[in-house]
Design a protein around this ligand. Sequence first.
Ligand SMILES: Nc1nc2c(ncn2[C@@H]2O[C@H](COP(=O)(O)OP(=O)(O)OP(=O)(O)O)[C@@H](O)[C@H]2O)c(=O)[nH]1
Length: 306
Amino acid sequence: MNSQTRSNEYKSGFISIIGRPNVGKSTFLNRVIGQKIAIMSDKPQTTRNKVQGVLTTEDSQLIFIDTPGIHKPKHKLGDFMMKVAQNTLKGVDLILFMVNAEEGFGRGEEFIIEKFQSVKTPIFLIINKIDKIHPDELFAFIESYKEKHSFQEIVPISALEGNNVEHLLTVIKKYLPEGPQYYPADQVTDHPERFIVSELIREKALHLTREEIPHSLAVVIDKMERRQDKDVIHVMATVIVERDSQKGIVIGKQGSMLKEIGKLARVDIENLLGSKVFLELWVKVQKDWRNKMNQLRDYGFRDDEY
Ligand SMILES: Nc1nc2c(ncn2[C@@H]2O[C@H](COP(=O)(O)OP(=O)(O)OP(=O)(O)O)[C@@H](O)[C@H]2O)c(=O)[nH]1
């Protein structure tokens, strides 16, 4: 058992990519997420948004979501859908508005930009397919968009060839808040054991801390994998609390509380999985964890994914 605390610099957030059909949204996602993709297609789709892909790195997790309705105005179901789409734009951390460098500003773009007026979320203009135009044309293109809306960033890319895509990711990270790793790095959902394991840990933590931190405690399973060499399942989990004082309670004197939580949870997890378990627990403070959870519910995120 290993009990440590982890520095609180992890950045994560929800990013909506919108744009007219064929501007290259899917190409972009494939390029960005590539082999690392945690495609969420097996995830039960809920009302509003669909997670299209998750990019997990050492220091960040970028969750790309689809915004239904807004980029397909022809199919919109009137005011209600528009309202939903607009609220969605407000609920994410960042919006990428993707346009095609080969095409001028048209009605479709105008329609989308109109919706931006009441949105406070940072919006990037992503000019895709720059491999198809001459650099001189790019300047005029950028200028024409600057007149229409005040974008936080304007980033030209070629999703197909990969030009400037890494740079875009770096800029995106700058705009994301500190936050937890919402989705496991190695696997996404479809894994009911993960939920049960996280609940077992949460249960012990709540019990042993005598409910001093009742609702502000969540457990995220960062990793759950069988070690090749040994017959052991390695579980790495983070206990998330809201305040530094709570972190102190969960860790206990010289880590004694966290050790105890781990010891009890490990026995249960071994029973559940029918295998020896190496449990590694971390504790992290996430200040507005609960607000974030509420926000997540709006995305169709369910508690039981933890
Ligand atoms: N030359 C060039 N072609 C691109 C680029 N990005 C995408 N394309 C092409 O543009 C076409 C449409 O790309 P998609 O990624 O399917 O576009 P989309 O926005 O996801 O389209 P919808 O799914 O209809 O919304 C495909 O033929 C891509 O190969 C790029 O950077 N350069």
